[in-house]
Design a protein around this ligand. Sequence first.
Ligand code: MV4
Length: 446
Amino acid sequence: MFEKILIANRGEIALRIHRACHDMGISTVAVHSTADDDAMHVRLADESVCIGPPPAMESYLNIPALVAACEISNAQAVHPGYGFLAENAKFAEIVEAHNIKFIGPKAEHITLMGDKIAAKATVEALGVPVVPGADKAVESGKEAEQLADAIGYPVLIKAAAGGGGRGMKIVPTPAELAEALLTARAESQAAFNSDSVYIEKYLSDPRHIEIQVLADQYGNVVHLGERDCSLQRRHQKILEEAPSPVIDASERARLGGIVSEAIANLGYEGVGTIEFLYDGKNFYFIEMNTRIQVEHPVTEMVTGVDLVCEQIRAAAGEELTIRQEDISFTGHAIECRINAEHPQTFVPNPGTVSQFHAPGGVGVRIDSSIYTGYQIPPYYDSLIGKLIVHGSCREDCLRRLNRALGEFVVEGVETTIPLFLKLLTNAEFRAGNYHIRWLEHYLEIE
Ligand code: MV4
């Protein structure tokens, strides 16, 4: 096992990784920008290294500074967290070329899943159901017409280098196809420096359901069930839950089995998330994320598995100690993302946290890096913490969530807490009746 790990991140996920390391007897090295001198992740770590000025490009995304920080601290491995360099294959390669273990999959798998066309074709060949469409880049306007006619309108044009919703164009009828194709290509070129696009059937109101997997270096793979991440606004998830209100144990076992087999055949290592759209009947693969995700705690709450510890063990070359039959799903968990944002407009609202009091008690978990007097810097993501609540069933979980949100005190900055308190009074949400566009509609009418 590693003796020392460098955590190439900040905020709540840096704390989450630090906690996993200390629980395993591993010492930690924090890195930070000059805007994060007083950050909790720096205070808690055994050592810290300043890696640059506030802009992420010059600090948390600064590969030479991070490699240098590993070398001066003698860290044997680097954990990238999520965001920043977590899915940057170049970073993984450079780190490994310096004999430092990248805690994540092999660079080739990061590259493969970063190319959405290649990812889709690969998993389809391994038996995973995908959205109807062509598993290849669109070459010409003529070809786009033929493909779209074969798929049936509406279709969706997506950027091969996209993901997370950037560079998508819905095409309702053939008349709009030619222009949409040009726009999609131009936007993709500007955003990703690639004009490669592909076409799929557009699914109008599906749910976003993702499967968590964990794999070691010896071909052992387990799945840890699904998370329902349908509550989102502008491609930013707001609330996630496990299990999905619409998936039963046999569906979970069936899809989990398909996914595990595909991931084993790929030779994938570490944690991963396979994202699907679900139309109430079928699952359709859209993308795979090769990192630990923001919403991983809901899976931890229903399975009791510490995903970050398991991720570190897998990276250290240990064999999985859990088999699929050891994994059971207990109760229900919901995560609320606490952002320093206006609860109606979602405009970021950095500033000083004048009061902070976290809820507690049975079934309540807070993953947060803020404290009373903390100044939220304006340079980074507005996520300041996550409230994760577990209950014996969804009803219990909702009641406990309401209780915990009522205890939560964050003063000095606006947060998303009032949004969640209001959402809990909505009958459709309480019934689990929502899809990927539901929240945006709810926010418009409220
Ligand atoms: C789709 C889709 C409908 N049909 N693909 C958005 C992010 C990227 N991961 C894929 N996305 C979508 N792909 C087809 N064929 C709708 C979305 C989508 C979405 C997906 C998941 C979660 C939230 C979403 C919000 C809007 C659109």
